[in-house]
Design a binder for this molecule. Structure first.
Ligand code: SF4
Length: 143
């Protein structure tokens, strides 16, 4: 199975820090999953418990195996952003699922566990998000 291209340098560091932040902040309440408009279109997610899907997503952020439901959610995500305002703890679940998807696609090392779609602007979107998160100095180092 082809793997997603590996980010390098500062981008790797940015992703690592974001994963750490999310792991520390997320309470696994499942409200982000409940707000996702795509779950109804995935048979694997029908009847899934929001809290356990998020638990599987956090496993992926720890570079663990994840669960079939968590992998299904990473595949179903179309980055609608509906999850972001649903989170009571400002975790940014969109980024959480995004990183989980990168892990699941083998983009951060390890074997891919989901098929990846052709995603030509993958790094452009990560860069655009990073612009909002990194300091001027970090950006200079990165760009
Ligand atoms: S990301 Fe936010 S909404 Fe989703 S489970 Fe964690 S705390 Fe709850």
């Amino acid at each position: 199975m082809p793997r997603q291209p590996m980010p390098t340098g500062a981008m790797q560091e940015f992703i690592r820090k974001e994963a750490e932040r999310i792991l520390a902040a997320c309470t696994k309440c499942g409200k982000c999953f409940e707000a996702c408009p795509m779950t109804r279109y995935s048979p694997q997610l029908t009847g899934a418990k929001p809290e356990s899907v998020v638990t599987g997503i956090l496993e992926l952020l720890r570079r663990e195996q994840g669960t079939p439901e968590a992998l299904a959610w990473t595949s179903a995500c179309v980055r609608s952003g509906s999850c972001v305002p649903a989170c009571p703890d400002d975790v940014n679940p969109k980024m959480m699922v995004r990183i989980a998807r990168m892990v699941a696609a083998g983009g951060l090392g390890g074997a891919p566990r989901i098929p990846i779609r052709d995603d030509r602007d993958y790094f452009d979107r990560i860069r655009a998000f990073a612009r909002l998160q990194l300091t001027e100095e970090e950006l200079k180092d990165w760009m």
